[in-house]
Design a protein around this ligand. Structure first.
Ligand code: TXA
Ligand code: MG
Length: 343
């Protein structure tokens, strides 16, 4: 039997993992949002390996993670008033800010853009690891490109085993969806990706904020190239289904016939036709729905489920981010028609 070359680090072994990172190795680690695939942001060879390990298109820029003010100032040339207001209110936290890129950062970090996306995570294992590494750390989600993000170290290994030097075996992530991304370099500033720092929270600080890149702008997509590509997709077909209004009891796989397509359900309410589902995952809150979604996708792949029905939620607060991920996973979002999209 082949032995995995990817080492498992305990939380006590963070100093060793930090050393490997600093020296150009790739280490997956937990944050409050999802597991990240970490590499030294100042090392072009390490950056190149991140793109290879993930199978990520080279036009999709990476987020640079920092853990103190000096690191922040080393990756950007200026912190605008807009950016500072968001930093004061939401950092450390699940918010990524697009800012002017410092020339000392390899341009491959930003896929050649003049900007850089920066985040200061609010999670002790992540901030401790970055502080110990003493360099800013790029960390895309620790999944193969196009797959659901990894919310556990096991999921990170499922996708990246033997492609990376190590994984920090922390707990499952708290939020389960990736950070909110705001572009502070355009006027007015705009949201590029919705996340746990909700539009409502952002608007309270920046009333002029747009909830998406301006659609009439020919270059809108160029602002966040990642939006063009396939995302979050398990092997099963994902479908977004209307909110259910039922309190009927759930009866699952016992009643599903062996020949019917294997279906699974995740939502806040039980499905109306519960007996046609092999698996039903009932979430008690929006937070729980968000934190379980990607793990559920992966578990259902393990059970050869063919269709995953996801119950819609109101598009507000965290619900906006959740609906965005489900739509993209279903391939039904407006931006997913790019035939060049990688898997
Ligand atoms: O929560 C998160 O943000 C996680 C954890 C590990 O921190 N990371 C993450 O990274 O989700 P990733 O690479 O999966 O997503 C980065 C997103 C992509 O949509 C990318 O296009 C966008 O950020 N992005 C990165 N740099 C950008 C830039 N300079 N301008 C516009 N968008 C950028
Ligand atoms: Mg990702």
């Amino acid at each position: 039997m082949n032995k995995s070359t990817t080492l498992r680090y305990s939380v006590e072994e963070l100093p060793i993992a930090a050393r490997v990172l600093r020296d150009g190795g790739l280490i997956a680690f937990p944050t409050e949002t999802v597991y990240g695939l970490g590499a030294n942001a100042l090392d072009p060879a390490a950056i190149e390996r991140v793109f290879q390990a993930k199978g990520r298109p080279s036009d999709n820029p990476l987020i640079v993670h920092v853990a103190n003010q000096a690191m922040l100032e080393s990756v950007t040339t200026s912190i605008s008033v807009t950016a500072q207001r968001l930093i004061d209110r939401f950092w450390p936290g699940p918010l990524t800010l697009v800012m002017p890129r410092h020339p000392s950062l390899p341009s491959s970090v930003s896929a050649g853009l003049a900007t850089v996306a920066v985040r200061w995570p609010d999670y002790p294992i992540a901030s401790h690891l970055i502080t110990l590494a003493k360099v800013p750390i790029v960390a895309p989600s620790a999944n193969r490109s196009g797959r659901p993000s990894a919310t556990t170290w096991q999921a990170a290994l499922e996708d990246l085993d033997d492609r990376i030097e190590g994984v920090v075996c922390g707990p499952a992530t708290r939020i389960g969806l990736e950070s909110t991304v705001v572009d502070t370099t355009c006027s007015p500033p705009c949201v590029l990706r919705h996340g746990a720092v909700s539009l409502e929270m952002l608007l309270a600080v920046l009333p002029e904020l747009l909830d998406q890149p301006p659609v009439d702008e020919a270059t809108a997509l160029l602002r966040s190239p990642g939006l063009r590509h396939r995302h979050y997709q398990p092997k099963a077909e994902v479908r977004l289904v209307p909110m259910q209004n039922t309190s009927q009891s759930i009866r699952t796989h016992d009643d599903a016939t062996a020949t019917a397509p294997k279906r699974a359900w995740i939502g806040l309410n039980p499905p109306i036709q519960a007996r046609t589902y092999h698996r039903v995952e009932l979430c008690s809150s929006l937070d729980q729905y968000a934190s379980r979604l990607f793990d559920f996708f992966r578990r259902m792949d393990g059970e050869n489920i063919e269709t995953i029905d996801c119950e819609a939620v109101p598009s507000e607060g965290l619900g906006r981010a959740l609906m965005d991920r489900i739509r993209r996973a279903s391939g039904r979002d407006d931006l997913s028609n790019d035939s060049n999209s990688p898997s």
